[in-house]
Design a protein around this ligand. Sequence first.
Ligand SMILES: [Zn+2]
Length: 465
Amino acid sequence: MGKWKKAVLSGTIATGVMMAPFAVYEAPVTVAASSQAFDNKVVKKIDAETIYQHVSDLSVGIGERVAGTAAEKKAVDYIAAQYRSYGLDVDIQPFEFRTYQEAKEVSAQVAGHPEQNLKPTAFQYSPNTPDEGLTGEVVFAGLGQASDFTGKDVKGKIVLIERGTIPFVDKAANAANAGAKAVLIYNNISGTLKSSLSSTGKFVPTLGVTKAEGEQLKALLDEKEPVTATVKILGSGFVTKTSYNVIATKKAHKNHDTGQILYVGSHHDSVPGSPGASDNASGVAVNLEIARVLSDQQTDTEIRFLTFGAEELGLLGSYHYVSTLTEEEKDRSIGMFNFDMVGSKNAGEMIMFTVDGQRNVVTNTGASASTRVYKELTYGKVGRSDHQPFHDSGIPSAAFSYAPLEPEYHQPTDTIDHISKEKMENMAKVVSAGIYQIARKDTPALERSNVAPKPVEPPFEDRPL
Ligand SMILES: [Zn+2]
């Protein structure tokens, strides 16, 4: 018993004197053999089919799991039920966030010209129109530069502007400043014009149309007949939504408690339009399987299995979770293992990312475990996933993933068809062996961080997760 200092786990090999809690040291060869026996207690129980079933339940059964939606809550309830079935204490932690909601209704009609069948988009952050829309005469204002409005009366009118030369925000702001009641911007290349204004600034309702639609409308104006249009943007704006973290705790054995805490985390949300099989049902599935396997083992370390909401919106769930930790809990926290995108057939090799590109107890543990149960891992430097908030508050952390990342990243094609059972199984084996190495109650501390393969040079620089 007794609390080990963080220094014991820092990755430098301390002398045996510091390792007093369990004072028997084996020769290196024996250590390796006994490590393997310990590894086998968890690694052999990892079941690829169970992991795959979770991915199926989350990415096919539930599908897209955007933060703040009913589907996210379904995923949260599913995950919580799994953790509970392993006998863990489960807490669902809600948190609120502000998010921009896209318009529910967008239209533009040209009076007397039903052939002008416009299919506009609303610019993000554009104000809404009144329910009945805004009606006004359409006037052309070139590229919407300030000079295009000098000597032109656009007060109370709808301004037609061509894309190009200056940013959309400037075009829209110039039109609003000149007194326009709405803005139609048309593309200068083929395809839908879908873009964004800024969340600050004074704008009037601003819509995008295609190049063909804009040019047709411009041709009508060139006939010198007054053209009147009605535009509508309804239902857009900032709303407050609730997302959730799931916290499942495995307490240390009451007679063998180091007081230390380890975290295993994965985000459960996905981006809109993607079933998020690899990103990140795979990470949740591996997290669940490690929880299942470790829940049967006695440990001297508290292990918190976490899944986070709203990672895709800027790590909101993990930042929220870390903000709820007390200083005392942070002091007891020794490491965080994060899984993000651990299942695509089309991704590269297993890799450990740290925020600062430096090794730490988590990567040392991963390196050591991987050489025992899998193969040597590479390192890279990436933040921007849920290991970042832990790093920011001084808790050693790393994201386990595969690189280079898969082409289906954030696409509708991130489906279960591209999932590799083997990749997830290997990940679960490596990290469960690593965590068990730290957490099992009879570990000689010397084993905890002693094999660290050389980083690959240059490391994978930076990539989104
Ligand atoms: Zn992700």
